[in-house]
Design a protein around this ligand. Sequence first.
Ligand SMILES: Cc1cc2nc3c(=O)[nH]c(=O)nc-3n(C[C@H](O)[C@H](O)[C@H](O)COP(=O)(O)OP(=O)(O)OC[C@H]3O[C@@H](n4cnc5c(N)ncnc54)[C@H](O)[C@@H]3O)c2cc1C
Length: 623
Amino acid sequence: MNYDFDVIIIGGGHAGVEAADVSARMGKKAGLITMDASKLALMSCNPAIGGIGKSHLVKEIDALGGLMGKAIDATGIQFRRLNLSRGPAVWSTRVQADRIKYNDYVVNYIKEQHNIEVIEALAGKLLTENGSICGVLTENGDKITCRTVIICSGTFLGGLIHIGPTKIKAGRLGENAAYKLSDSLDELGFELGRLKTGTPPRLNGDTIDFDKCELQPGDTPIPYYTNDCNRPDFKQMPCYLTYTTAETKAIVSKHFNDSPIFSGQINSTGPRYCPSIEDKFYRFADKERHQLFLEPEGNGTNEIYPNGFSTALPEEIQHKAIRTVEGLEKVEITKPGYAVEYDYCPAYQIKPNLETKRVSGLFFAGQINGTSGYEEAAGQGLMAGINAVLYLEKEKPFILDRSEAYLGVMIDDLTTRSTTEPYRLFTSRAEYRLAIREDNARDRMYRYARRFNLVDEAKLDAFDKLVADTSTEIGLLKSNRIHISQLGEVGERFKRKDSISLEEYLKQPGVTVHDLIPLLGNFNGDFSDNREILERAAIDIKYAGYIEKQQREINKFKKMENESIPEQFDYTDITGLKNEAKEKFTRFRPISLGQASRIEGITPGDVAVLSIYLKKHKDTITK
Ligand SMILES: Cc1cc2nc3c(=O)[nH]c(=O)nc-3n(C[C@H](O)[C@H](O)[C@H](O)COP(=O)(O)OP(=O)(O)OC[C@H]3O[C@@H](n4cnc5c(N)ncnc54)[C@H](O)[C@@H]3O)c2cc1C
């Protein structure tokens, strides 16, 4: 085994594998210390990647050369696009995973990367010298030296599982927990907090009556995440929808006090948007039933994940309650549901490049920053990996802003607010969401992928051609006209005209690419038959006005972002600034006036005082 690395990554979950992969591909020697080398990127809970907001992250990760999109495209069992009845800003992809095949794919992929060494061990102590990280001591006493460390410890830091009154020290059922690493962070002076999450029981699909449930098929054409995926013989698997009953409500309500969530055994906060079944019946007491999605865990298994039935009730109550759900009257539980509490480090302690403020060269990514979700973790892992390499090369950090990427929105949210509950991404968190859509992730990220050499040159060139072809297509749609008699009901909206351009036709509410395609054969221009080009052109045309308006707002936003504040700036001398604002600025250490304005509790008045001070003293402030 090698005992010296450029980058050590602690934890081979979704954050850890992206961090290891990207730092290795950027030319650094990466050591991935993880408890169990066969469990890389194992999904702890829901066997699915994406969904609203999260899918935007997956597209950005993929456009930056990351792993998640490739892994799920190769191993997904059902692909769907959500929100298509709404605007393109919120169109999202969600893919049901084959949990074990996804994990195998990542294990094999990492094995093939020559710059990554996987070390099966429990990292116990962080070693520092003069305020910088210099190594890691494993719990079995091995000393591994390095220049940077990225901690991606997930739900394992101080992990404690609860099933009814039973408590087990573990980050996931049947696995270990990392207590010594928590102690080491505490000794270094980091503030640690406690959060919780939970998971439903898993079910034996052979004991489910699917005829009583509603079928949920996948979509065609298959909406893969990556643009070059092709699985010719692949057949999608269905999911099913069912409901809890009055009897489920009665049983769960009767046993509220047997759940550690209510009995006082757990005090930490869980994900608000992913409540347990006992939480749902408690908080929405007037709601008679809740929907559950029955999702296969994979192709070669009969195990089913009942999405919506997360619980920490005692096992026998879980069993009783789930058998009252429609179609699950005879169901057998294969694994019980449980809740897990874990340590995290409130993210005011990291900079926007994910490096800790306290120890140079030490980075945090994933659940340790208070987030929840595979995609959030993977995105941070990728960003931390790139930034660890830039740190080693003494280059400027890679920071995406809120108008460029959901990755930027997430990291900005984390570093300007105190996380007191698990953070998950939604499209509603992005104020410039029309500019940062799923479909334009490559437009936004490829220039960075090119800078860091993370995507093949051929792919980048093919994309340049796609952009050029889209422009040509838009030109053709603008210059070709169609007689209104050919437009049916839509034509009636143009009584005073003989003809309109295809561009104008596409702009009409309700008209889609689907309506346009049959008309294109009537024209002489060289229209593309590439659906992607048509879709891109259509979005550009239909939303041009809104996109321009958003661009004006982004320009204003960028102005504030460009007013940078030095890292060690002393706020104490600013007369007229409230003490509370001074404390907040000192705690969060914003990198720009824009970021300062978003810190929780900061008022426009505080920002105005800071702005005037920065302008007045610009010659004496060192940046
Ligand atoms: C029970 C449960 C329910 C969940 N429910 C949801 C949910 O409903 N919705 C949702 O979005 N997310 C949920 N999650 C969270 C989701 O699993 C995580 O957000 C995601 O996996 C985080 O990725 P990560 O890379 O940060 O960590 P993980 O995927 O947890 O991976 C951490 C890795 O680090 C390793 N590790 C940790 N410490 C050490 C150490 N000291 N030495 C060596 N190796 C170490 C572990 O072995 C593991 O491989 C749930 C998690 C659990 C456990």
